[in-house]
Design a protein around this ligand. Structure first.
Ligand SMILES: O=C([O-])CC(=O)C(=O)O
Length: 166
């Protein structure tokens, strides 16, 4: 799939950037996974140091969607590892954005998806099953809703209220 260049999108959509229909996520994410550029409709998840619901969602068909996880920015454990990266690839997710950490970086870098995360951390998360799926989330103070569109490439990550066309 041809993907949009985020820089070009910003240049030609200044109006949407100023009214908030198009937002740029804070430039704090590292790039992992085989797909440096990816896009798709967003599925949201809010968890804290617990990745049971991450697995539950990745076990459903991705159909080109992007899972955006508000992990509260925790630097104390990983919410996604190599097994979940493989699962996401196999279930047809376009990518995963984690406001938190991942692990098994070498395995994730081999997966045919795009992944963004704040950092890597070798420790696994809790397995209590707490959190909320499909709810509005905040990353870096920015509201992200289920069904909005995410566009990521080497320059950054955009969230758009609607699907963008080239
Ligand atoms: O199960 C976990 O906590 C995450 C993980 O290591 C994996 O996906 O391989």
């Amino acid at each position: 799939m041809a993907s949009l260049a985020t820089a070009e999108v910003c240049d030609v959509n200044a109006g949407d950037l100023s009214n908030g229909d198009l937002r740029v996520l804070p430039p704090v994410f590292k790039i992992y996974g085989q797909c440096r550029a990816f896009s798709g409709p967003i599925t949201t998840l809010k968890v804290f140091e617990d990745n049971v619901l991450v697995r539950e969602l990745l076990e459903t068909r991705g159909e080109g969607r992007v899972l955006v996880i508000d992990g509260g920015g925790s630097m104390r454990c990983a919410l996604v590892g190599g097994n979940l990266g493989q699962l996401a690839q196999n279930m047809g997710w376009a990518g995963i954005v984690v406001n938190g950490c991942i692990r098994d970086v070498d395995e994730i870098n081999g997966c045919d998806i795009g992944v963004r995360a704040l950092a890597s951390h070798p420790q696994k998360s809790n397995k209590k099953g707490q959190g909320e799926k499909h709810v509005p989330i905040y990353i870096g103070g920015m509201l992200i809703r289920e069904g909005e569109w995410l566009y990521a490439d080497s320059d950054g990550i955009l969230v758009s209220k609607t699907e963008l066309s080239i």
